[in-house]
Design a protein around this ligand. Structure first.
Ligand code: RDL
Ligand code: RDL
Length: 154
């Protein structure tokens, strides 16, 4: 039985955890999904590690980064923590992060968040359920999450 972990934060301004769970459930109906909500991004790596230690085959993390330099440094630390955790556990952690200054209005930010979570939740299921070649048909295609795909250079 496949088991997916979903880590989200109370800092986030969009309920990305619920979206991720809905998408994973639709893509892989038989799987078990475990959710773990933490205060903020710096708390995410240990939550992801615990879910992997408890038997999850892969985890999706849902972070929200504020606009200040301090927030960006917090994300850099988080990102390094997530990469180290992946290397140590040999399991995928799909890092979905929304940076609050990516776009200039809240409506667009929400749409961007929904698009990024949805596409990356599908990526996680592909990697976990279908294996290392599941994304190969899309290699070099200029896919983007949160935005329209930019496509390949001809
Ligand atoms: O461990 C408690 C907090 O330190 C932790 O939750 C941090 O991730 C909180 N936090 C910051 O301290 C910060 O400066 C966050 C951000 N910026 C941020 O941009 N996004 C967060 N948390 O989710
Ligand atoms: O784990 C899922 C994603 O976080 C991961 O695939 C990232 O590498 C995606 N990504 C970014 O989030 C980003 O801000 C990429 C870039 N920039 C980039 O420039 N090139 C990438 N990925 O291949």
């Amino acid at each position: 039985m496949r088991k997916y972990g979903v880590v989200d934060t109370t800092f986030s301004r969009v309920d990305m955890g619920s979206i991720a769970i809905k998408v994973i459930r639709a893509e892989d109906p038989d799987a078990e999904i475990i959710r773990y909500t933490v205060p903020g991004i710096k708390d995410i790596p240990v939550a992801a590690k615990r879910l992997l230690d408890e038997g999850c085959d892969g985890v999706i993390t849902l972070g929200w980064v504020g606009k200040s330099m301090l927030d960006k440094y917090s994300y850099l630390a988080t990102s390094i923590g997530l990469i180290i955790t992946q290397v140590l556990t040999s399991k995928h952690i799909i890092d979905v992060t929304v940076h609050e200054d990516e776009v200039d209005n809240e409506e667009k930010l929400k749409d961007l968040a929904i698009d990024r979570v949805t596409k990356h939740a599908k990526n996680l299921v592909k990697l976990v359920r279908d294996g290392r070649n599941a994304l190969t048909p899309y290699a070099g295609k200029g896919l983007r999450q949160g935005y329209e795909n930019v496509g390949p250079i001809d």
